[in-house]
Design a protein around this ligand. Structure first.
Ligand code: ZN
Ligand code: ZN
Length: 265
């Protein structure tokens, strides 16, 4: 009995030593990294992408000062199920969705209006390539997804980029965002990159029907569709890209298709 107790003690001792020796390099690495950040910030100070003030501590992680970060609040209150925009006096669906063309998706969610400081925010991310902002967006997407019974279990499907866009030096900001959502959300997030896109004209100056025509057959399924899909995009303008993606996902076997855009125009 005495021997058994000694062995157990020894085993426990050796385990705790092992545990400490595993944790020690991690703690040192973490300390070295935070020291590196402080030196980097001293030599090359970071500024808030919205107000331009100097950043410190955790603010650097998101490229936003605390004041600006706290002022960026997703739209509250009742929203239209079909376009995600705030409802004024309507119920469930807004007037323009009720009178507009039928959509194949089941519901859309929008986080921010594409106006004022929100425009500046997206421009800093998309064109200024402030990749730190992806974590800010990712946290907001996760908040919206995890607090919503319909969206909770859905697999994220990023809107595929135009192939020409990447070749001409652009970057896939939606794919980057989805990767950050997965990284932060961990095992609770599943991603399905089952949509691909062939080359098509730049959509900027086209209206909804021209965009639909331009995208016809250009976005297609490459792999199995998830049962419940949540399409992720940065800005919704006419909704044509989401419509084409959603129709393809439904054709591919998805039972429910939802969409979440960071901004609505
Ligand atoms: Zn600021
Ligand atoms: Zn609507």
């Amino acid at each position: 009995m005495h021997l058994l107790r000694c062995l157990t003690k020894k085993k426990f001792f050796s385990f705790s030593v092992k545990r400490q020796s595993i944790c020690a390099p991690y703690i040192y690495m973490k300390k070295i990294y935070s020291l590196f950040l402080e030196v980097k910030n001293f030599l090359f100070p970071d500024f808030c992408v919205l107000c331009g003030c100097g950043l410190s501590g955790d603010e650097i992680r998101l490229s936003l000062c605390v004041n600006c970060r706290d002022s960026l609040v997703p739209v509250q209150g009742d929203k239209c199920r079909m376009c995600g925009k705030p409802l004024v006096s309507e119920k469930e669906t807004c007037l323009s969705c009720r009178n507009g063309p039928e959509s194949s998706w089941d519901r859309l969610c929008m986080l921010f209006p594409y106006t004022g400081k929100y425009r500046k925010l997206l421009a800093s991310y998309k064109f200024g390539k402030k990749t730190a902002l992806a974590d800010f967006f990712a946290e907001k997407v996760l908040e919206a997804k995890n607090n919503d019974l319909e969206l909770k279990e859905a697999s994220l499907v990023p809107v595929p980029p135009r192939p020409g866009k990447i070749k001409s030096g652009g970057w896939d900001q939606v794919d980057f965002l989805v990767k950050r959502i997965k990284k932060i959300g961990g095992s609770s997030v599943s991603v399905c990159c089952c949509l691909k896109r062939r080359k098509s004209k730049v959509q900027k100056r086209l209206n909804r029907s021209e965009r639909m025509e331009n995208l016809k057959g250009r976005i297609f399924m490459d792999g199995a569709a998830p049962k419940t899909a949540l399409i992720i995009d940065d800005v919704m303008t006419t909704g044509s890209t989401i419509e084409v993606c959603s129709a393809e996902l439904k054709k591919g076997g998805a039972e429910k298709v939802y969409g979440l855009c960071l901004f609505y125009d």
